[in-house]
Write a new protein. Structure first.
Length: 185
């Protein structure tokens, strides 16, 4: 199996760029992740994939990294996101790997791992913690604590809305925290 075949069939998104930031190749996983076809990106600046707010800084960092190329993770310890064709940002982990192919100048193969599912799971966990705290629910025993009903009753508000809010409270207080999360707007 050739190196090009391995590159193309890799399960992670990979983009090959030169020192000027020009895209030389991308694999099928990169096409899927970023929404661009090979014909959309090859020969263009890879900066199109960088969120606009950090584009200028990224260009400086990229140019500096080509002066002494070394394999490394990009932005270690920071949240990174790259830009999809439809302009939404994708949270990713990026690995940078300089490669010399024949007598050509060094190119970098950037490998991208989509962190969207991990970020959704973290947001869900934070929401779960918030709901548990708000309703006084123990995360370990899944039992409502006595102060939850009193706390909610104080927040019922005006007389005209008490009946609607009271019926909402009745529905919520008899639900599990998971059910409350699922029915939240």
């Amino acid at each position: 199996m050739s190196g090009e075949t391995l590159f193309e069939q890799a399960p992670v998104a990979m983009v090959m760029i030169d020192g000027s930031g020009q895209v030389h190749h991308l694999n099928a996983a990169a096409e899927g992740l970023f929404g661009y076809s090979k014909s959309d990106l090859v020969g263009r600046s890879m900066e199109i994939l960088v969120p606009e707010i950090v584009r200028g800084k990224h260009k400086q960092l990229r140019e500096g990294s080509f002066s002494s190329p070394v394999s490394r993770p990009m932005g270690k310890g920071r949240r990174l996101s790259w830009r999809h064709k439809d302009e939404h940002e994708i949270p990713v982990s990026v690995g940078l790997n300089p490669v010399t192919i024949g007598s050509n100048p060094v190119v970098v193969i950037a490998s991208f791992v989509d962190n969207s599912a991990q970020e959704r799971a973290q947001r869900a966990e934070l929401l779960s913690l918030s709901v548990h705290r708000m309703f006084g629910v123990s995360r370990t025993r899944r039992t409502r604590l006595p102060f939850a009903r009193a706390t909610f009753a104080v927040s019922l508000g005006t007389e005209s809305s008490k009946q609607n809010k009271a019926s909402s409270w009745s529905r919520i207080s008899s639900s599990s925290p998971q059910r409350v999360l699922m029915s939240a707007p």
